[in-house]
Design a protein around this ligand. Structure first.
Ligand code: ADP
Length: 502
């Protein structure tokens, strides 16, 4: 491929940062507000995309979607000796993966061992199952935990090092792997995966909206794609991997699945409109768990920017508008959301100190957006927040005693209590719940083959990432979606390659 024919683009991570994810596709993120994309260019990492004219009529493997799942699949397929292509409908790569903030969960990893953390795949399995209220797809979950450490090693081998550990709600130990400097995982991941895609000369076409899967004799043989809004063109592939993400940015699909969520702000990028689910259903696949939609408890409401769980994971507390705690902040997302929604004001404040700010560097981004209120002392912060009385001072004192005693008699919090809140200045971010992640999606098996209702596979069709349903059950644990996209993205690339070679 001649570099001169490639188009210069901007790395999506930088775009989204300037705009305002996360999987914690985690997708903890930044707003998908396209109007702010123009702000981004400065500091953006140059990224080349292929000229649409270079698009061929046939590839070995067509990958639809350029988030973490799609790019992981592409790298594995290429390394298996095949010729994959990535088609992305947005002008930049990365999808909601860009917005992931907390990190990537994995058990029995070398980085845990280096820190003396004892963990086991079985505990990771059990805690995820408990977090999902025992509704998770157990075949997928088993594959997931058993391949998590290998995924961390694989990323490391690609130069993507996640060796800084934290904890997220519902997990019993530090298994959330972040970049060394504690920054948000998503952009770092997208940058690292993009570089590996480019290094391998895997063609990547943006503004390429896949509209339909092509099926011949029960077998998927290609896609129809519209580039820059032009007439659809058919491209054939010996296998197709659908990695189009979720439907958190489709008000219609959200409302259909959950009428009670009509009008709730979303943290998702605008391309997360459930296209893959619709396309797969129309060739005989089916979806599960569509009404399991994760509402993240801590979202800044102006632009739907998710305030990552790492802020609580590093020690922040949540208070109501009287400055009083009301929940175990590290409970699962559904429980923390329910507690906020029970407050008369249906919003709350994250309270933290300089220590938390130093350990969770994503806070610098929130500060740049103007979301962080600062006080030299807790009393000054309370005044700035216009809290009545000195309840916040009392709350922080009581919390610091609980940390010292390792016992939270008020709300039974047991994790993220290594550090108290005593290093000024002190900070607050106002938050309320927002639509964050869609647990539902197409039914696959642990080989990422798309299944029909009769349990048969659809030959040539694979799916991975948020477009699939079942792994998380009713409630996804923070840090598990980044793990999902890497683990199952890789698997889709490997399995599709095997299928093509057969
Ligand atoms: P995951 O976390 O599962 O990898 P992401 O949201 O990070 O999911 O990425 C999915 C990507 O797929 C996004 O960049 C999104 O814009 C892209 N996408 C969604 N629908 C289509 C489509 N119809 N054609 C091409 N790309 C799509």
């Amino acid at each position: 491929m001649k570099k001169s024919r490639k188009i210069l683009g901007l790395l999506a991570g930088a775009l989204f940062l300037a705009a305002g994810c996360s999987a914690d596709n985690g997708n903890e993120n930044v707003s998908a507000d396209s109007s702010s994309k123009a702000e981004v260019s400065s500091g953006a990492t140059a990224q080349t995309y292929n000229d649409p004219e270079e698009m061929k009529d046939a590839y070995d493997i067509i990958i639809v979607g350029s988030g973490g799942a799609g790019m992981s699949a592409a790298i594995e397929a290429k390394d298996a000796g095949l010729n994959p292509v990535i088609l992305e409908k947005m002008p930049v790569v990365g999808g909601n993966t860009n917005k992931a903030s907390s990190g990537m969960n994995a058990s029995e990893t070398k980085f845990q061992k280096e820190e003396g953390i004892t963990d086991s795949n079985d505990e990771f399995y059990e805690e995820t199952l408990k977090g999902g209220h025992d509704t998770n797809d157990k075949e997928l979950l088993r594959y997931f935990v058993d391949h998590s450490a290998d995924a961390i090693d694989w990323l490391d081998s690609l130069g993507i090092r996640l060796n800084n550990l934290t904890i997220t709600g519902g997990m019993g130990t530090k298994r959330t792997h972040r970049p060394e400097d504690g920054s948000a995982v998503g952009e770092y991941l997208v940058k690292g995966l993009s570089e590996n895609v480019q290094k391998r000369d895997i063609p990547i076409f943006v503004n390429s909206d896949v509209k339909e899967l092509v099926k011949e004799d029960d077998q998927v043989t290609g896609v129809k794609v519209s580039v820059k809004g032009q007439a659809e063109k058919e491209i054939s592939g010996k296998a197709v991997i659908v990695a189009t993400g979720g439907y958190g940015a489709s008000p219609e699909m959200i409302e259909k699945a959950r009428p009670d969520l009509k009008g709730v702000v979303t943290t998702n990028q605008e391309g997360s409109t459930g296209d893959g689910i619709k396309m797969i259903e129309s060739v005989g696949g089916y979806s599960v768990d569509m009404d399991y939609i994760q509402v993240h408890p801590t979202v800044q409401q102006d632009k739907g920017v998710l305030i990552g769980e790492a802020v609580r994971g590093e020690g922040a507390i949540l208070v109501d508008e009287n400055g009083k705690r009301f929940v175990n902040e590290l409970d699962t997302r559904d429980n923390v959301t329910a507690a906020i929604n029970k407050l008369p004001e249906k919003s709350a404040y994250l309270i933290f100190d300089q220590g938390v700010r130093d350990r969770a560097t994503a806070i610098e981004f929130y500060a740049k957006q103007g979301y962080v209120v600062e006080g030299k002392t807790v009393a000054e912060l309370s005044d700035k927040l216009e809290f009545a009385g000195d309840d916040l001072v009392q709350t922080v004192d009581t919390w610091n005693k609980a940390v010292a005693d390792k016992s939270d008699s008020e709300f039974d919090r047991t994790t993220a209590m290594e550090h108290d809140l005593s290093t000024g200045p002190f900070y607050a971010i106002k938050i309320a719940p927002g639509i964050h992640y869609t647990m539902g999606g197409v039914k696959i098996n642990s080989k990422t083959e798309v299944l029909k209702k009769d349990g048969e596979t659809i030959p040539g069709l694979f799916a991975a990432g948020e477009v699939t349903g079942g792994l998380h059950g009713q409630n996804r644990i923070g840090g598990n979606s980044v793990a999902e996209i890497i683990i199952f993205g890789r698997q889709a690339g490997i399995q599709a390659a095997d299928y093509v070679k057969e």
